[in-house]
Design a protein around this ligand. Structure first.
Ligand SMILES: *Cc1c(COP(=O)(O)O)cnc(C)c1O
Length: 395
């Protein structure tokens, strides 16, 4: 008998607890199911500019936004290609898999990358960053790149502290922030924090399908763009500014804008600050469960720096000798619960619970209870009662 015949498909709706892509609310799904429209038609322009205003409210910026038909990687590349000339220096704050991937992309594009190294469980030391900047007397560092919320480790890097390190060193470098898994989930203030390029994507906190990404761009970044010499065309901000919609070369993904319009309506209806508070509440409940499970040499929080816990994703380190991917397979095959896996060198070592976007108490409690059940049936050691510990933080 084949394995598939022996293992019946789990019943019930796929329970999706990944940190991205995230669950899409039904009203957004329905909004994206829109008939085709001409993106040059005035009735679409109205939707488009309203979305731009809404995105600016979420980014907390009055500056520019450029959009791309492509996932977050596209906006990463747009950010770099528009700002740098070959051989210029990007200083990356190491945080985990995503900071490494962005750095690798920069290297491939011909940018010289320097790194402020960091323990992935604790995050970068701001004093080390400030020392690196202060030592760069002739200002060869063109920009500092930081992943605001490192999705691979469940750690948030406080951007005001990065800003303070730049200002403290009196360094004029641009500040580039990847907000892909923080925007619309965690507090982010592009203009107040002096972020020059904010990279965002559709499929995480904005609760949309994958396929659109964008960069918030400061006036200072636009000046840097004017002299940047890295090759680019589709991502070229100057080409975009000549288009009627001041963005997008080529076809505009109109369905995603109908979805974005609904996403922004949902965010406005709840209130951005209430959105953040909900993420904080559900993240605390998640961490309480994991901290409880750890009691019996069980799984533990990967992030060991409480000031930097991420409120949109929690990475859970498996006990020695227990494979996280085998555990995730049990959760998926027996209970239809999809969890995030370990990325890069963390593959098999940890699993990740996404708690961002369209999420409420029943969803996170369902996830936590099912994780506890999957630990039980997998024979992974843990201290029972994590769900009660989560409940104690709620209500
Ligand atoms: C998901 C993610 C990315 C990559 O975005 P894609 O949309 O998958 O290309 C980059 N950075 C962070 C922090 C992410 O969470």
């Amino acid at each position: 008998m084949s394995a598939s015949a022996a293992t019946p498909k789990p019943r019930g709706r796929l329970f999706f607890a990944n940190p991205g892509p995230t669950n899409i609310p039904d009203s957004i799904l329905l909004a994206t199911a829109h008939h085709t429209v001409d993106f040059n038609d005035p009735s679409f322009s109205e939707v488009y500019w309203a979305c731009m205003d809404g995105l600016k409210r979420v980014l907390k910026t009055r500056q520019e936004i450029f959009l791309y038909t492509g996932s977050g990687h596209a906006a990463w590349e747009a950010c770099l290609a528009n700002l740098f000339s070959p051989g210029e220096v990007l200083l990356v704050l190491e945080s985990g898999h995503f900071s490494q991937s962005w750095a690798r992309m920069a290297t491939d594009l011909g940018i010289e990358v320097r790194t402020v190294p960091a323990d992935w469980r604790r995050g970068v030391d701001m004093a080390a960053l400030q020392a690196e900047l202060a030592a760069d007397k002739d200002h060869r560092i063109k920009a500092v790149g930081v992943v605001h919320n490192e999705t691979s480790t469940g750690m948030m890097i406080p951007l005001p502290e990065v800003r303070a390190a730049l200002d403290g060193a009196g360094h004029p470098a641009l500040l580039l922030a990847d907000t892909i898994s923080s925007l619309g989930s965690l507090d982010f203030r592009m203009d107040e924090w002096g972020v020059d390029c904010a990279v965002g994507g559709s499929q995480k906190g904005l609760m949309l399908p994958t396929g659109m990404s964008f960069t918030g761009v400061s006036h200072k970044a636009l000046q840097a763009h004017a002299t940047s010499k890295l090759p680019k065309h589709y991502f070229h901000w100057s080409h975009m500014m000549k288009r009627p919609l001041k963005s997008f070369l080529g076809t505009v993904p109109t369905s995603l804008f109908f979805g974005l319009q609904e996403s922004l309506r949902l965010i406005d209806e709840e209130g951005l600050e209430n959105v953040f508070a909900r993420h904080t509440r559900l993240a605390r409940a998640t961490r309480a469960a994991v901290q409880h499970w750890s009691g019996n040499n069980g799984p533990q929080l990967f992030c060991t720096n409480p000031g930097r816990f991420s409120d949109s994703v929690t990475a859970v380190l498996m006990p020695e000798g227990h494979d996280a991917d085998a555990f995730r397979k049990v959760a998926m095959q027996r209970f239809n619960l999809s969890l995030g896996g370990g990325l890069g060198p963390l593959g098999g070592k940890l699993f990740r619970i996404g708690h961002l976007g369209d999420l409420n108490e029943p969803m996170i409690l369902g996830t936590l209870a099912t994780v506890e059940l999957a630990l039980k049936v997998s024979g992974v050691p843990y201290q029972p009662g994590g769900v009660d510990a989560a409940l104690a933080t709620l209500g």
